[in-house]
Design a protein around this ligand. Structure first.
Ligand SMILES: *Cc1c(COP(=O)(O)O)cnc(C)c1O
Length: 676
């Protein structure tokens, strides 16, 4: 379901156009920001009033959000969808106006302008590198459809990519169908990857006749004969590429995408066999492209450099063997700085887009010069780097659960000795003894539980002992938070004492990588950022699955186990945003506990405000039940019959049965998430 709406709201502040800035300039800015950050964190400890800057530093929004996300004076997250080119809107106010349009949470908000900015940025970086190194070839990027196949996004991508002849990469037959139907930019490339059968190859080759530029990339040695056969049958000379298994290993989670035992690609001996076969079939001039992909989210630039060096050598050798080498396709892997640390940590990257483009262009130029070859057209298949920033997932908090924080009364006469011990421990904890007394408290609590199990401590006494124990933990925690160094054994205390924030979201549906591969996404409140977040919490989702939680958050160094959050205010909603999650999450999300797709809106800036371009309603219960083969009409009928029977047996009144039936039927056409 979908609707088009136009709004000219007053949410948009200043719209200026001061030209496009590539990431080169940004690097220097980033350095400055780093220095600034140091001074702001100093202020953090000296000033007692919480400021917006403190929230900026705490949630590291400059690190990962630049140039799209920041915080305004009202303490709300703002979005600048055009990056440095001006125009911004208040995310909290945008959410309010979307809620007034009867759109429930959780909600995925897509900013089409961010998508456009990412494409422009990537192209600008390559153009700049090409100019800088006097490279005589061009760059022709493609977007890997697998990264986010949603129609509105692919349509936008093709449209925004037109000025740069940006193309698409398909990794399967269904993705090929999408790419063939949607890509209509003259000169843009259509890279055909993935496993192929005769039908796939035929379709790709025939697309040439429609004016497309499909390039069939061989991923398996078996595909060589198939391509030759189909080419001869159709009398079409295809453009063919080979995917090489580089010996350069990627790193981290996707490190095994390369190397001799990788799932895809041809080994060097296989590439030689392919060359010989194409020569024998008189098709060697069809072999024009070399492709490699060493994995996604490459955090270290040296890995990319090594891969380019190896690939450019293979490229040159293929040209010397007589292949008509014209294109080098460096695959994906361009990373996203999820934690904003600019390091080679897996959730970050120690290079920027410009460094990436520079290294590719420079290496190719050198190798081709050495071998007196014309430089290739450069192709990259960046998915994550293009699609991550454009969507923000907004969700609300249903309730929280805290560790009991009421301080119990002092011990009473007749109460167990262990309570007195705990009370005394609690009273005496200070900066010098907290480590020792923390252990004492734990021991006394254990003691209390054994006494309870032996029948010599009452339930009320046990409650008091437990409360005293938590009070001790809280006191120790308050001390450790002031310390530079936290003893190892106390590191978990923050987690043990964390509040649980119940979120109106399914991690399995909306952020599956959090659960499946421990991916980190920046998460923060989108309002109240002028207020100190005094709670530390973990997030627990709606599913009845203990894995449905988020307890790993970005941090300056590594990962933190709790997130700083605000206490809930009664009668007021509290909203969190998960950022940079536009790549891979939507299609990988699953229907665990039958929580369906969330509502999605597409927002585009206009000179006067913004426009809601598309509303894609999330799944209803009818829809998710249909996925698992229920016929909801039958289900309603079943309930109706049972109501009639209960009526006849006088277990239910007519009014009650009508209410049940109506609620049941109405619910089925509604959102699978909670209404708060
Ligand atoms: C997944 C994939 C990509 C996209 O990788 P990113 O790291 O998201 O840019 C590109 N090419 C191939 C062959 C892929 O399998």
């Amino acid at each position: 379901m979908e609707a088009e709406l136009t709004v000219t709201a007053n949410e948009v502040v200043k719209l200026s156009s001061n030209g496009h800035q590539t990431e080169v300039n940004q690097q220097n800015q980033d350095q400055d920001k780093k220095k600034k950050k140091k001074s702001s964190s100093k202020n953090l400890s000296t000033s007692s009033i919480w400021r917006i800057e403190d929230s900026e530093a705490l949630y590291r929004i400059e690190g990962w959000g630049q140039p799209y996300f920041s915080i305004n004076a009202a303490g709300h997250v703002t979005v600048s969808p055009k990056g440095d080119r001006g125009g911004s809107l208040d995310l909290f106010e945008l959410l309010q106006s979307l809620k007034q349009r009867n759109l429930g949470l959780p909600m995925l908000i897509r900013f089409s302008d961010i998508l456009e900015d990412r494409i422009k940025r990537l192209n600008a970086c390559f153009d700049q590198a090409i100019a800088r190194y006097n490279y005589s070839g061009i760059y022709r990027g493609v977007f890997p459809v697998k990264c986010n196949q949603q129609r509105h996004l692919i349509e936008d991508l093709v449209k925004f990519g037109q000025p740069n002849q940006f193309g698409l990469e398909a990794g399967s037959k269904p993705e090929l169908m999408i790419a063939l139907a949607l890509l209509d930019t003259p000169g843009a490339l259509l890279i055909c990857n993935g496993y192929k059968d005769e039908e796939y190859i035929e379709t790709a080759m025939l697309a040439q006749k429609l004016g497309q530029t499909p390039i069939i990339v061989l991923e398996q040695i078996e595909e060589v004969d198939l391509v030759i056969k189909v080419s001869q049958q159709l009398g079409i000379k295809p453009i063919v590429g080979v995917r090489a298994k580089l010996s350069t290993q990627g790193m981290g989670r996707w490190g095994t995408s390369s190397g001799d035992r990788a799932k895809f690609g041809l080994t060097i001996p296989e590439i030689i066999r392919a060359v010989d076969k194409f020569r024998d079939a008189n098709l060697l001039d069809s072999l024009q492209l070399l492709h490699f992909h060493i994995g996604s989210q490459i955090s270290a630039i040296n890995v990319i450099k090594d891969a380019i060096q190896e690939a450019s050598r293979i490229y040159a050798e293929l040209a010397l063997l007589g292949a008509n080498m014209t294109y080098l396709d460096v695959g994906g892997g361009l990373g996203v700085d999820y934690d904003g640390s600019q390091t080679n940590f897996y959730a970050s990257k120690n290079y920027n887009m410009q460094n990436y483009a520079n290294d590719i262009v420079a290496e190719l130029k050198d190798t081709c010069e050495e071998n007196k070859l014309t430089v290739p057209t450069l192709i990259s298949e960046s998915g994550r780097a293009i699609a991550s920033h454009q969507s923000v997932l907004i969700f609300d908090i249903l309730s929280t659960s805290e560790v009991p924080s009421i301080l119990p009364e002092p011990p009473q006469d007749g109460e167990s000795q262990v309570i007195t011990y705990l009370w005394e421990t609690y009273q005496s904890i200070n900066q010098n003894n907290y480590q020792e007394f923390y252990h004492d408290a734990a021991q006394f609590k254990e003691e209390a539980i054994s006494r309870f199990n032996l029948g010599i401590l009452s339930l009320r006494e046990r409650a008091k002992a437990e409360q005293l124990y938590w009070a001790c933990c809280q006191k120790v925690l308050n001390i450790t938070r002031q310390q530079e160094y936290v003893p190892d054994e106390l590191e978990d205390l923050e987690k043990i004492m964390a509040s649980i924030y119940y979120i109106n979201l399914s991690v399995f549906q909306s952020a599956p990588d959090c659960w499946a591969i421990d991916q980190l996404f920046p998460i923060m409140p989108i309002h109240r950022l002028d207020e100190e977040p005094t709670r530390r919490g973990i997030l627990a989702d709606l599913t009845c699955d203990s894995d449905g939680k988020i307890d790993r958050f970005i941090d300056l160094r590594g990962v933190k186990s709790v997130l700083e959050l605000h206490p809930l205010k009664s009668g007021e909603s509290y909203y969190l945003g998960m950022f940079l999650n536009g790549a891979y999450q939507e299609i990988m999300g699953n229907l665990h506990n039958l929580f369906g797709d969330t509502n999605t809106v597409h927002i585009q800036l206009t000179p006067k405000g913004y426009q809601i371009k598309h509303v894609v309603k999330g799944d209803t219960m009818n829809e998710v039940l249909g996925y698992v083969q229920y016929d909801t009409e039958d289900m309603v009928e079943n309930i109706r019959q049972r109501c009639e029977q209960a009526l006849e047996e006088k277990h239910i009144s007519l009014a009650e049965s009508q209410k049940l039936l109506q609620t049941y039927e109405k619910s089925l056409s509604k959102y699978t998430y909670l209404v708060s």
